[in-house]
Design a binder for this molecule. Structure first.
Ligand code: GLV
Ligand code: MN
Ligand code: MN
Length: 424
């Protein structure tokens, strides 16, 4: 592939990302959460692109848009055919950048389009997947669409509600899906040869190394734990400081404790974040009697992550007791560290080498659909350098040339993909 062709792929990607970014729940920023009307519009657009690139398009029981590129030798329908899965997500965080997730979907579409234009088919089919619930920014589920595809959808998720009290089951019905049929989204291990995802790095490592692309070795494990602190409401003017059972002050100490616990484990690349916190009853002149917050805790390996959560919970119990409050926990997301398959990493490295690029390896601190897909099949990820490592922020940026190189690397990987190299 010539530099001009690579640049052109990057420009196509940029234009498609721009078009997707215009589909937002909010007028002045990009927010597109799972099963919203904007998710529907984005899914429709992605489906159109898939069809134009020569794929048969369908939508599964968890709203994942699937573009199917048939294998050599004619039509194979969409069922029971071994396929290489390529995907990412089209939902976003609140006030998002336009690359996170979307670029992986666009890269898959452009790669298939390349083969269609060259009249090239393989012994295996290719499915490009646009997942809808990777960020977990609406319901208390994370990665539910890829979990369903991997055969691990949990019925209890259907009762989880968003901030407006809408249950996942209701939102699915409103979207035109049948919640009772969620299990039908699953592929069998025989159908899935491997899952490969292209994604912006969302961190600064590649930029520091001067490398446009990198190969992920594993994805850090993650907890999301809802913490409910309860105290006693009172008059802000009359209850003396010594007699208060202020749930917010207790919660504040807990947030600081989480930070200290994570900071004590740099060897495990541990990070703790409280990014959402609800204060009740929520009035300026009332001592808060309730706080609900979510701890997002991650580490590069599972044992220290589990130990840190136990330490955090014990500290919270101490803090609550000392302030006459109570505390309860609900860990609704526990995703183990997922290792990328060495044979797929090598396939990606060989493709980078053919492009004359270095192939640095790195761990992903961000969560990805590969974590659920790892329960179905081997998976790998190609990371793309992003400016200043910024992500989950409208300042997120990846250069056109780097995106072009990523699509070219994916094309090279697919062209050389040999399922027989998979270790038995
Ligand atoms: C998803 O982007 C996550 O890592 O939270
Ligand atoms: Mn993402
Ligand atoms: Mn994200």
């Amino acid at each position: 592939m010539t530099p001009a062709e690579i640049e052109r792929l990057g420009e196509r990607a940029e234009a498609m990302l721009e078009e997707l970014a215009a589909i937002s729940e909010d007028a002045d920023r990009l927010t597109r959460r799972f099963l919203t009307p904007e998710h529907r519009r984005a899914a429709h657009l992605v489906g159109q692109w898939m069809a134009e690139a020569g794929m048969a398009v369908s939508e599964d029981q968890l709203a994942t848009v699937r573009g199917h590129y048939a294998r050599a030798g004619g039509t194979d329908g969409a069922n029971r055919v071994p396929r290489l899965l390529i995907g990412s997500h089209i939902d976003t965080v609140i006030n998002a950048g336009k690359y996170d997730g979307m670029f992986g979907v666009v890269a898959g579409i452009l790669a298939v389009e390349h083969f269609r234009d060259a009249d090239k088919r393989f012994d295996f089919a290719i499915d490009v997947l646009a997942f809808g619930d990777e960020e977990g920014s609406r319901f208390p589920t994370v990665l539910s669409s890829s979990a369903a595809l991997a055969g691990n959808f949990e019925q209890r998720w259907l009762a989880g509600t968003d901030a407006d009290g809408v249950a996942l089951a209701t939102a699915m019905r409103d979207y035109g899906l049948d919640p009772d049929a969620a299990g039908g989204a699953a592929l069998t291990p025989e159908e899935a040869l491997a899952y490969v995802e292209v994604h912006i790095e969302q961190g600064p490592v590649l930029e520091h190394q001067g490398a446009p692309l990198g190969i992920v070795t594993s994805i850090a494990g993650q907890f999301r734990t809802r913490v409910a602190v309860r105290g006693m409401a009172g008059h802000a003017g009359t209850v003396p400081m010594t007699l208060r059972r202020d749930a917010l002050v207790a919660a504040s100490e807990m947030v600081v404790a989480a930070e200290a616990i994570a900071k004590a484990h740099p060897e495990a690349a541990m990070v703790a974040t409280v990014g959402t916190l609800k204060v009740m009853p929520g009035a300026a002149n009332v001592v808060p009697d309730g706080v609900d917050f979510v701890l997002d805790l991650r580490a590069a390996s599972d044992a220290p992550r589990h130990a840190a959560l136990a330490t955090f919970m014990a500290r919270c119990e101490e803090i609550a007791a000392a302030r006459g409050c109570t505390v309860g926990f609900d860990t609704y997301h526990d995703c183990p560290t997922a290792a990328c398959a060495p044979w797929l990493q090598e396939g990606l490295a060989a493709s980078l080498e053919r492009l004359g690029l270095p192939a640095p390896r790195l761990v992903s601190g961000a969560g990805h659909d590969g974590q659920s897909m790892s329960k179905l099949t081997d998976f790998a990820m190609l990371f793309v350098r992003c400016r200043d490592g910024i992500s989950h922020n409208p300042l997120e940026f990846a250069a056109t040339t780097d995106m072009g190189l990523a699509v070219a690397a994916l094309i090279g990987f697919i062209a050389a993909f040999d399922p027989k190299q998979r270790p038995a």
